[in-house]
Write a protein that binds this ligand. Structure first.
Ligand SMILES: Cc1ncc(COP(=O)(O)O)c(C=O)c1O
Length: 387
């Protein structure tokens, strides 16, 4: 090609032509429900798996202390990384990589392993970030539906393993899962880890059950296992944006090469350390949450046709399909009463899905009341029509 024709072709291109092809169909991710909640602070935020308990005085003190140093660049977080390693029985900071929430951690992991044409396997329903980060890199997400049986959503490891191919670059499992709230069987973790494929275990909600339920020890046996965590849930610091990964030091070191320098700010790092040192505050929040999960499930257990999924996290998934109701209608009913809930797409032949996040005691009572009202009003309407 002559220099002239190359120049002519370049002149015909628009800026859109320069984007990598797989980014063209993608859009900025916006959580409409979170936008709505910030715009209308009077609404009850029972949709995003946040913690309803505000930060403690100790946390606020640390935030204020380090805000006075906001003119300085942060260091690489050796103090907080050492603390995290110690809590998890790992050698040291070399096993820990920090991110702006675990969402950024996912971005780093995916950029480390996935390129155009590669595949990532997940079980669905699940947290949306795995698909988003995978597709941004030109990868293809392969989804294995969980099994819906006996009012439970169960992991399907056999089906997952059948989908493993030379294109599989990551297998990712949330444990407990969002939105089903349950744990996968320990034996399944070993089976998946045994494939040697990078295996990401998302433990965003693990503290609600205690670190005894963590799969962190697998790191010592399997170099391909990577654990992700966040301070957004049980620690109640979603707005701070602090997450981390735990891995074999060689693997963590390589993933750390993707780090954007100074990614986690001084305030986040030192506040995270304060939170990680305050076991009593964590324990209080966990106990509160678990009591409230049990309360909501108990209060709604007698509604015929409403299935609730026992949760080891700070949310509860429901299926009103067997009662003949749509999740979307329940969500709309709740919004009218000032509560924002979250939906799920139609699946397993049901459009009755909705999910609630544990709120304050008052909010949880309000939620229970409105669900009861929805069912009694609509059931009596149905009965009247039958007569
Ligand atoms: C399973 C799971 N992983 C990770 C996250 C993201 O948390 P972070 O705030 O750390 O980005 C969430 C948030 O809802 C989640 O449900």
């Amino acid at each position: 090609m002559t220099g002239k024709t190359t120049r002519q072709k370049m002149l015909k291109k628009t800026i859109e032509d320069y984007f990598v092809p797989w980014i063209k169909p993608l859009k900025m991710y916006v959580s409409d429900h979170i936008e709505l909640a910030w715009q209308k602070p009077g609404l009850h935020r029972m949709m995003s798996n946040e913690n309803p308990v505000p930060p403690s005085r100790k946390i606020i003190k640390t935030i204020l202390k380090y805000s006075a140093l906001a003119n300085r660049y942060p260091d690489q977080g050796l103090s907080v990384r050492s603390k995290i390693a110690a809590i998890n029985g790992l050698k040291g900071p070399e096993n820990v990589v920090l991110g702006n929430g675990s969402s950024e951690i996912f971005d780093m992991i995916f950029r480390s392993f996935v390129t155009r044409g590669d595949q990532v396997i997940q079980e669905i329903p699940c947290f949306g970030i795995y698909k988003l980060r995978c597709e941004l890199l030109g990868g293809k997400i392969v989804s294995v539906p969980m099994i819906y049986r006996d009012n439970q959503l169960l992991y399907n490891t056999d089906a997952l393993l059948k989908l493993v191919s030379s294109k599989t670059k990551i297998i990712t499992i949330a444990n407990p899962n969002n939105p089903s709230g349950n744990f996968m069987d320990n034996r399944d973790f070993v089976k998946i880890a045994g494939t040697g494929i990078p295996f990401v275990i998302d433990e965003a909600y693990i503290e609600y059950s205690g670190l005894g339920k963590s799969q962190v020890n697998l790191i010592k046996k399997f170099q391909n296992v990577i654990i992700t965590r966040t301070l957004s849930k049980a620690y109640g610091l979603a707005g701070l944006r602090f997450g981390y990964l735990l891995a074999d030091e060689g693997i963590a070191g390589k993933i750390a090469a993707t780090l954007i320098p100074w990614n986690v700010g001084t305030i986040s790092m030192w506040t995270a350390l304060t939170a990680l040192e305050d076991n009593r505050d964590l324990e209080k929040k966990v106990k509160y949450n678990n009591r409230q999960v049990a309360f909501i499930i108990k209060m709604l257990e007698n509604i015929p046709g409403l299935i609730s999924f026992p949760s080891r996290a700070n949310f509860i998934l429901f299926d009103a399909g067997p009662a003949g109701y749509k999740g979307a209608d329940i969500i709309e009913f709740a919004t009218k009463r000032g509560i924002i809930l979250r939906g799920e797409k139609t699946q397993y032949g049901s459009d009755g899905w909705f999910r609630v996040t544990i709120g304050t005691e008052k909010e949880n009572q309000k939620f229970v009341g409105l669900i009861r009202d929805f069912f009694s009003f609509n059931n009596s309407k149905k009965n009247r029509l039958k007569q």
